[in-house]
Design a protein around this ligand. Structure first.
Ligand SMILES: Nc1ncnc2c1ncn2[C@@H]1O[C@H](COP(=O)(O)OP(=O)(O)OP(=O)(O)O)[C@@H](O)[C@H]1O
Length: 271
């Protein structure tokens, strides 16, 4: 069995005298697309922090790309991880092209006196085309819609050819068409290198890309379900994770969720 891309074993996390995560285990292999699901405050972002080598556990072990956190230069490790953060802290008015190129330098702003090679520029343009932003190539960051920013940030992450892609609520706040477009962009990544492995955080089942292969459901810092998505995302597990009766249905590859309060559980084709 090849070395997993991510391995969390018996991970706990304590802050201000409170245990935020209780014994989390998770193993992600190359090519898998994971979703981290759960209600507000469940611990999803904290887990994503381990995956991105940004947070260390209080106890237990975390291996990222075969390296154990605490025994590796995290700066170097982070270069192999693409992190799409909707709260990208860019302050200057970079164009889409310039923004994507900062994925090569691993910086937020364009470093002084740095300029791309012709090859790097062409690669950036190719990725911008792939995420459907060719017409906005020279548009500046402050003028981009939230959906355009999301897609530009995905291209920025991909240009560094990461072995692991982390997506923190990439569709939050997008209108319906922008959300669908971004999900299509994520689904299309599966035609890229087979090794592209991803972990996506969301609260909403409707925001899961069709290509999701596995899910980890957390609630109150504990794992409710984990494994292949068909087994881990069901009416029973989602109801347990969110503490509310929610029916889950998968239609045409995508998921729907709705309250079962006042409805009968049987029938309705729930998963
Ligand atoms: N550094 C910290 N210090 C103290 N408490 C923290 C810290 N980081 C996270 N927490 C707490 O841990 C819990 C889990 O937080 P986390 O952000 O991981 O949840 P989440 O599932 O991502 O939530 P949301 O869906 O609301 O973003 C929350 O109660 C949060 O307030």
């Amino acid at each position: 069995m090849p070395t997993p891309v991510l391995e969390l074993r018996g991970v706990t996390f304590r802050r201000e005298g409170r245990e935020i995560l209780h014994v989390v285990d998770m193993t992600v292999h190359a090519g898998e697309r994971w979703a981290l699901l759960g209600p507000n405050g469940a611990g999803k972002s904290t887990i994503l922090g381990f995956c991105g080598a940004r947070t260390h556990p209080t106890s237990g072990t975390v291996h990222v790309l075969g390296h154990r956190l605490g025994r590796v230069d995290v700066q170097e490790l982070r270069r192999e991880i693409g992190h799409v953060n909707p709260r990208h802290p860019l302050e200057s008015a970079l164009t889409v092209l310039e923004l994507v190129l900062t994925g090569i330098t691993g910086t937020i702003e364009t470093p002084p006196r740095w300029s791309p090679t012709l090859e790097q520029r062409e690669r950036a343009e190719e990725l911008i085309r792939e995420v459907g932003l060719s017409e906005r190539l020279l548009a500046r960051w402050p003028t981009l819609s939230q959906g355009e920013r999301g897609r530009a940030l995905i291209a920025r992450a991909l240009i560094a050819e990461p072995r692991l892609l982390l997506l923190d609520e990439p569709t939050t706040g997008l209108d319906l068409a922008a959300r669908e477009r971004l999900l299509e962009t994520l689904d299309d990544l599966s035609v890229g290198p087979a090794e592209t492995t991803s972990v996506l955080v969301t609260h909403h089942l409707e925001e899961l890309p069709e290509t999701t292969t596995h899910a980890l459901l957390v609630s109150g810092g504990a794992v409710v379900a984990s494994g292949p998505v068909e087994e881990s995302v069901t009416t029973e597990t989602i109801t347990r994770a969110f503490g509310y009766p929610i029916g889950v249905e998968r239609v045409g590859g995508r998921w729907n969720a709705r309250s079962l309060r006042g409805r009968r559980l049987e029938g309705a084709g729930v998963a």
